[in-house]
Design a protein around this ligand. Structure first.
Ligand code: SAM
Ligand code: SF4
Length: 345
């Protein structure tokens, strides 16, 4: 694996602002928190076949996660997405959802999951206040699903989707990464499935995060092509709906389904970026596609009863939020050496 040393910029200028506004005037009101780097799947675009996971003491405890979220919410964050790795394989993850679900000022608690644990956990998650849920599904063919995830059982995930529907989340959305020559023949069937289930679906372009077992250029399938395939069958209307994120949405006429496109390559979404990411190691990444980060774990562990150093570091980090990502598929090495499962999707 290429060993690129990240430019760990810890020299943060003195506090610049009392709120989460960066140097380009973007307000950060959304955090994505990865609560584990572990996962029961090994999706080919996300992980290498052989992965080394972090030792337990290098991962934020759930109490530390809860404390971090509380501090961010006190600084104006109103939306939190819990992700991973697979967040629902973390023991006692439900405790975290229950704890942060009660925070005043947190309007949206949402989750991204591979769906493998939803059959058991969907109702409990709904009861903690989780509003919306994204479930990753890249194929409806069991053998292909196994090939893409390397370990996953499609049936279990489909039962998870039914459990989520029964639990009554405000919205359920499938997340799909289309890869050329792997699942590009399923674009229509995945959307037909979403329409039949009366749920939404978003297509995410494959991003060069982490050193996986194929070259990204060989499998890249642009959302422009995905949209063309869909327009050949479905009447679609562009929508200006937004979830405050990078997705552009289209409505499928006469259905309950909207289709999102997250296209970091064909459409740069950085101008309206409202988010930061926190890894399960407590690294605050200011951009998914750049290395600028602030280490929050030492501040959590060295100041057990005093949040001020943490608050100062978070406010100061706004000064190093980059203007945008720098994805280039033609580069031999990944744009960013860390895997999506490390940063949190
Ligand atoms: N395990 C959960 C899941 O799969 O939904 C949550 C974490 S996963 C890292 C979050 C999202 O990132 C998933 O929808 C996955 O498809 C997407 N993802 C992972 N690696 C990616 C990559 N290299 N490019 C684009 N999307 C990726
Ligand atoms: Fe696991 Fe999600 Fe990555 Fe797949 S995309 S390996 S389910 S973290």
């Amino acid at each position: 694996m290429i060993n690129k040393v990240p430019s760990n910029r810890q020299n943060i200028p003195a506090k610049v602002s009392q709120s989460l506004i960066d140097q380009f005037g973007r307000t950060v009101d959304y955090i994505r928190l990865s609560i584990t780097d572990r996962c029961d799947f090994r999706c080919v675009y996300c992980m290498a076949e052989e992965m080394t996971f972090l030792p337990r003491n290098e991962v934020l405890s759930l109490e530390e996660c809860a404390r971090l979220v509380k501090v961010f919410v006190s600084l104006g964050v109103s939306k939190v997405r819990i992700t991973g790795g697979e967040p629902l394989v973390r023991k006692n993850a439900l405790w975290l959802f229950e704890t942060i679900g009660k925070l005043d000022g947190l309007n949206e608690l949402v989750l991204t999951t591979n769906g493998s644990q939803l059959e058991k956990q969907a109702q409990d998650l709904k009861n903690t206040g989780v509003k919306r849920i994204n479930i990753s599904v890249d194929s409806l063919n069991p053998e292909r699903f196994k090939k893409i995830t390397r370990t996953g059982e499609l049936d279990k995930v489909l039962r998870g989707i039914q459990a989520a529907k029964l639990a009554g989340f405000e919205s359920i959305k499938l997340n799909t990464v289309i890869m050329r020559g792997v699942n590009d023949d399923e674009i229509l069937s995945l959307v037909d499935f979403a329409i039949a289930q009366e749920i939404d679906i978003s297509f995410i372009e494959e991003m060069p995060l982490g050193d996986v077992d194929h070259t990204r250029e060989s499998t890249f399938y642009s959302n422009t092509d995905t949209l063309k395939v869909l327009q050949s069958k479905h009447p679609l209307t562009a929508s200006n709906e937004t979830t405050g994120g990078p997705a552009r949405y289209w409505r499928v006429t006469n259905t309950h389904t909207k289709i999102g496109f997250i296209s970091p390559h064909s459409h740069n979404f950085c101008e309206s970026c409202n988010r930061v990411r926190i890894t399960c190691k407590g690294e605050l990444y200011l951009c998914l596609g750049q290395e600028d980060k602030v280490e929050l774990m030492p501040l959590l562990r060295n100041h057990l009863k005093n949040d001020q150093p943490l608050i100062d570091a978070i406010l100061g980090s706004m000064a190093i939020k980059p203007k945008g990502h720098d994805f280039d598929l033609k580069r031999a090495e990944p744009a960013v050496i860390r895997f999506m499962s490390h940063t949190g999707g």
